[in-house]
Design a protein around this ligand. Structure first.
Ligand code: NI
Length: 154
């Protein structure tokens, strides 16, 4: 496994549409391993492949000790609405309020090449939505309804 560099806002790669993965091979498995290690080192709860400069539809999320590896993920159901604070490893030092669904069901391929469905509530639903947006070049600051003063967080 290896730590990869995380791109920051302003890098045009973050604004591009990522391509679907045709086959889960060693390249994709290594990418998943590196993304998980990179996300943990940066103390994040999600990371999308374009954030490490790879324009493929691959996401890792880790919430409450559970890891989700999502390849070609799609949101197949969304319920409710909740507005809460959000940040992004590609937008360091900032946070803002974003409205997201309360509950989201995602269908994605795993590293086993099989299709899985995951339903998440609250923070997990938020992480799924945030990371899937990255695959379409969308950052949370595009949807932010209010910027939060980070100095108040301490
Ligand atoms: Ni992000």
């Amino acid at each position: 496994m290896a730590i990869r560099d995380i791109l920051h806002e302003g890098d045009p790669t973050l604004r591009k549409i990522s391509k679907p993965v045709a086959q889960v091979d060693g390249y994709i498995q290594r990418l998943l391993d590196d993304m998980l290690e990179t996300m943990r080192q940066a103390d994040g709860c999600g990371l999308a492949a374009p954030q490490v400069g790879v324009l493929r539809r691959v996401v890792v999320v880790e919430v409450e000790g559970e890891v989700f590896e999502l390849i070609n993920p799609e949101i197949i159901d969304a319920q409710g609405e909740v507005t809460d604070a959000e940040g992004c490893l590609s937008v360091p030092g900032r946070a803002g309020l974003v409205t997201r669904p309360q509950t989201v069901t995602v269908r994605a391929m795993g590293r086993d090449g099989q299709v899985h469905e995951y339903t998440g509530h609250g923070l997990l639903a938020r992480a799924f939505c945030h990371e899937l947006d990255h695959l379409d070049g969308v950052l949370y600051i595009d949807k932010m309804i209010e910027e939060l003063d980070m100095e108040d967080e301490d």
